[in-house]
Write a protein that binds this ligand. Structure first.
Ligand code: GTP
Ligand code: MG
Length: 218
């Protein structure tokens, strides 16, 4: 959480991830400008929008980042996730493959999240980053991956973890649905995520999805 200005204003970075054409850019334009584009083009690189939201009488700026679902158009991953305190992991309820991909997106998010938590923990206990990493990962002669997982368990109890929401978009297309509400809910439970179905087209639950994440961060 970054504080700006006179201490009354907060800036939260939220990232939106998921396969191409699940509706990430339209969720963002619906949230920030109440707009929808039937012919939206695939995102290239990174875009972001800032929207002011009131939480408990305080002004919160949500800076929402949107990137390409297509690998070839994606920007450098770690830069995209850096400083994020909230994440929307989006799939399209009419395409099962996009639902199956959410695990991969979560893995990517968790890896970056873990790295930032590690860095923050290191800063908090005041030991030089390099010394800490060498001590943890090399000298103990343990497997690097196991150490990361252990740190993850520790990190999960840390109050600075990223607030995550699984979003099943295009719920206006219920008649050609390939992923049931129950499947979405159960994956979210398994992974410890919030869950919501949205429609960027008819605006169902779009504000709510962002508001829940922002409230959780706040
Ligand atoms: P990339 O930028 O390639 O990663 O795609 P994206 O996830 O940003 O998808 P985008 O928002 O561009 O939407 C893809 C297509 O789905 C567009 O044709 C949108 O009009 C359509 N779309 C997005 N959201 C909805 C929705 O809620 N309902 C319906 N019916 N169509 C949607
Ligand atoms: Mg896009």
């Amino acid at each position: 959480m970054a504080e700006e200005g006179g201490g009354e204003e907060y800036l939260f970075k939220i990232v939106v991830i998921g396969d191409s054409a699940v509706g990430k850019s339209n969720l963002l334009s619906r949230f920030a400008r109440d707009e929808f584009d039937h012919n939206s083009k695939a995102t290239i690189g990174v875009e972001f929008q800032t929207q002011v939201v009131q939480v408990d009488g305080k002004e919160v700026k949500a800076q929402v980042w949107d990137t390409a679902g297509q690998e070839r158009f994606r920007a450098v991953t770690s830069a995209y996730y850096r400083g994020a305190v909230g994440a929307l992991i989006v799939y399209d309820i009419t395409r099962k493959t996009t639902f199956e991909s959410t695990k991969r997106w979560l893995d990517e998010l968790n890896n970056v999240d873990l790295e930032s938590i590690t860095t923050r923990l290191v800063k908090r206990i005041g030991i030089a980053y390099n010394t800490y990493i060498v001590a943890l990962f090399s000298d103990l002669a343990c497997d690097f991956h196991i150490k990361r997982v252990k740190l993850g368990v520790y990190g999960a109890h840390c109050d600075t973890a990223v607030a995550r929401m699984l979003v099943g978009n295009k719920c206006d297309l219920d008649d050609i649905r390939e992923v049931s509400v129950e499947e979405g809910k159960s994956l979210a439970e398994e992974e410890g995520l919030f869950f919501i179905e949205t429609s960027a087209l008819d605006a169902t639950n779009v504000m709510k999805a962002f508001e829940i994440v922002i409230h959780e961060i706040y």
